[in-house]
Ligand binder design. Structure first.
Ligand code: A3P
Length: 280
């Protein structure tokens, strides 16, 4: 409601939208590095000392921040990089109309999202409460009881938006990024209006960005191992919790055959006719 009533987008704003645990942290780093590549050298890049969530904050955090001077959106330089988990359907027209800002949406196989989310939430859970069982997390996920609504509605909202206005919404999959990071980062540069020149390509700038933002690099940096991220007065999360395995298909370690069948069936039914598919 605050975003609908008060947020004033700028035409240059870049939003990263995602369902939680779909690769937000990775994309924050990649977009930040791509957009700011002429400002910073790779040897002393801000991402080496500042976590991706500080470089590319959540708009949602603003809503919880009582001290507005800590997060004054009007004073952010353009292009503002802002991350959201808000479903597409809830965004105000000022954000979704054709002329204004751009969105990059990152999605991921729901089986990996479920496992990542379950393990993440258990790490954040107060120690005096019992951990959430996988069975309980699975049931809630299947019923669509999730932060920011059902997974499938979230993904479909941005998918359909990207079909209607492809110049405004770039729809990416975590699995594609894993498979062909160079191709995806080049697409990202083109889409955001920061295309890589032939000279940059020949100098290996795209490779440098991919390396800088890789799981292997970011997860071993001091800032991401020991620091915590203050999203608001009451929401403080250790940066290390945003880096677990960073793999495709880790659901195979946790989900039973029955769980896989049920989740795949729901996904098939929900996405039927949309043209959107997830890997096997
Ligand atoms: P896993 O729990 O499967 O390892 P989000 O950033 O949306 O919260 O998503 C977190 C997921 O992205 C976690 O998945 C995390 O390990 C993975 N991740 C974080 N940084 C990554 C990177 N640089 N490359 C690939 N995956 C990354």
């Amino acid at each position: 409601m605050w975003v609908q009533d008060h947020f004033k987008p700028r035409p240059t704003d870049i939003f990263l939208a995602s369902f939680p645990k779909s690769g937000t942290t990775w994309l924050k780093a990649l977009i930040f590095a791509t957009v700011n590549r002429t400002r910073y050298g790779f040897a002393d890049h801000p991402l080496l000392t500042t976590g991706p969530h500080d470089c590319f904050p959540f708009l949602d955090a603003h809503l919880q921040e009582k001290d507005r001077s800590r997060f004054d959106l009007d004073r952010f330089p353009s292009p503002r990089l802002l991350s959201i988990h808000i479903p597409y359907i809830l965004l105000p027209n000022s954000m979704t109309d054709h002329q204004s800002c751009r969105f990059v949406y990152i999605c991921r196989d729901p089986k990996d999202v479920l496992v990542s989310k379950w393990l993440f939430l258990n790490k954040l859970r107060p120690k005096d409460l019992p951990p959430i069982s996988l069975e309980e997390a699975f049931e809630l996920f299947c019923q669509g009881i999730s932060h920011y609504g059902p997974f499938w509605d979230h993904v479909l909202g941005y998918w359909e938006g990207s079909l209607e206005t492809p110049e405004k919404i770039l729809f990416l999959k975590y699995e594609d990024l894993k498979k062909e990071p160079l191709v995806v980062v080049k697409r990202l540069g083109d889409f955001l209006g920061y295309p890589f020149s032939l000279e940059e390509e020949s100098k290996g700038v795209v490779e440098e960005i991919v390396k800088l933002c890789s799981f292997e690099n970011l997860s071993t940096l001091e800032v991401n191992k020991v620091s915590e991220q203050k999203f608001s007065k009451d929401t403080i999360i250790d940066n290390r919790h945003f880096f677990r395995k960073g793999k495709v298909g880790d659901w195979k370690t946790y989900l039973t055959t029955e769980m896989v069948e049920r989740l795949d069936e729901i996904t098939y039914e929900k996405l039927l006719g949309s043209g959107l598919v997830f890997g096997s």
